[in-house]
Design a protein around this ligand. Structure first.
Ligand SMILES: Nc1ncnc2c1ncn2[C@@H]1O[C@H](COP(=O)(O)OP(=O)(O)OP(=O)(O)O)[C@@H](O)[C@H]1O
Ligand SMILES: [Mg+2]
Length: 415
């Protein structure tokens, strides 16, 4: 009976339906094929903006910028540079400029000739401890990667030895630094290689890569980092006495590189998984990026409560949750936007001095630089109207010098 009904329905359907288009492929086929097409197009795009054989470089710096980065006057810069044959400013259209390598040499020279306790090389000394700054928020697009990249470059250009770690499987930070996650980063070449649970684990020193800024190194990311999220529940189930639990694994890997750096900057994924918890446990400082809009702030309220609960859980299992400072950074701020100003005032009223004084303003100079995998330090000023570039640079410098002051305070130095 049922079979007969079905047959009748099928016949009716046949009579009334129009000729069918080709059937939709299965979801898995469709998704995989879209992924492959997108990947091919993106790789072609990257090849145009940054050919694989080309080393990513950073532009030279004008005397005014160089003097500011070194903390000296332009006249003194000219004098020191003229006395040292190894310093060779580029002269173009009558204008001098200095390479990052020149800046590093100049800083060493200045330090060697320094008098009266003045320091030009800001490296850690004595019992000043490694600063590990975790940039986080589980709201996607809150400006974590942009903040981490500019902070890492700002610090390195000011003479600190910096390690940037891309902990996001999406690997935007790596792409920004010229390491394409799909083509330039192989197995065990992300932090996963140094924190994995099995015997394939490698020392972090084997994974760290140099960048085009001498004092800045990077541990790139790619999808492989997801493995840590999958491995951890299994490792927890089969754990033996003496095993390092997930929350201590990043700290353990960083301890191996302890003496090589002054600051580690970790760009977290937009989720509160095992990777983020491990970064948080390793952190001596936490920077939470927040775009001042209602949906973002609501999402952050859940994020903070969840983070608090998870931190309590891991501290019950012996994790260290001590830290030097925790700050909120307002990102993509539009000074002329009334509701955003109200939201910033609201956040300041609740979090007080935990909110950094300077917000990072929204600027086309930052977003346009991002489109070609660059930061504001890398793009040429001439690509933008001067006021656009200068306003963005001023904001980046204000934000990062405030963070630098926190680092120095944690070391017991004067700001
Ligand atoms: N100050 C700014 N001015 C203009 N655009 C900005 C600024 N900061 C970030 N952006 C843009 O906003 C977008 C998101 O920023 P970003 O990738 O830094 O966020 P994220 O929190 O790392 O995102 P995800 O959660 O996906 O990792 C990017 O396109 C970036 O170029
Ligand atoms: Mg990001």
């Amino acid at each position: 009976m049922v079979a007969a009904q079905l047959k009748m329905t099928a016949t009716k359907a046949k009579a009334t339906t129009l000729p069918q288009a080709a059937p939709e492929p299965e979801l898995k086929t469709l998704v995989r094929s879209h992924g492959e097409q997108l990947s091919a197009q993106l790789q072609a795009h990257h090849r145009t903006i940054f050919p694989p054989e080309a080393e990513k470089t950073i532009r030279p710096f004008s005397p005014a910028e160089s003097a500011r980065l070194l903390g000296i006057t332009e006249a003194y810069l000219r004098q020191v540079a003229a006395e040292e044959p190894a310093i060779s400013p580029t002269i173009k259209n009558g204008r001098r400029s200095y390479s990052v390598e020149d800046l590093q040499r100049l800083r060493i020279l200045l330090e060697q000739g320094a008098r009266g306790g003045r320091r030009y090389l800001p490296h850690r000394t004595g019992d000043e401890h490694l600063q590990v700054i975790t940039v986080m928020n589980f709201k996607g697009g809150s400006g974590k990667t942009t903040t981490a990249a500019h902070l890492a470059q700002y610090l390195a250009l000011h003479g600190y030895r910096v390690l940037a770690i891309d902990l996001d499987p999406q690997a935007s930070l790596s792409a920004l630094f010229g390491h394409q996650p799909e083509t330039h980063v192989g197995p065990d070449e992300t932090l996963y290689g140094a924190i994995r649970y099995d015997d394939a684990r490698r020392p972090i020193a084997e994974i760290v890569r140099g960048t085009y800024i001498p004092e800045l190194h990077i541990v790139p990311g790619n999808l492989e980092l997801m493995e840590f999220e999958h491995d951890t529940p299994k490792a927890l189930m089969h754990r033996k006495a003496g095993d390092t639990l997930f929350f201590a694994r990043i700290g353990q890997a960083l301890a191996q590189a302890q003496n090589l750096y002054d600051v580690v900057v970790i760009d977290c994924p937009p989720q509160l998984g095992y990777l983020t918890m491990s970064a948080l446990t390793a952190a001596t400082a936490v920077l939470i990026t927040i775009h001042p809009q209602m949906l973002d702030v609501m999402s952050m309220s859940q994020f903070l409560q969840m983070t608090g609960d998870l931190l309590e859980e891991v501290s019950n299992h012996g994790a260290s949750t001590s830290y030097d400072w925790m700050k909120y950074l307002i990102t993509r701020f539009e000074p002329g936007d009334g509701p955003q100003n109200q939201m910033v005032a609201f956040l300041r009223s609740i979090f007080g001095e935990h909110v950094l004084n300077h917000p990072m303003v929204k600027s086309t100079a930052i977003s346009d630089a991002g489109l070609t995998n660059q930061t504001i330090f890398e793009v040429e000023r001439g690509q933008f109207t001067r006021s656009t570039y200068d306003r963005a640079m001023e904001s980046v410098n204000n934000v990062n010098s405030e963070i630098e002051a926190q680092i120095r305070k944690a070391w017991g130095r004067a700001a």
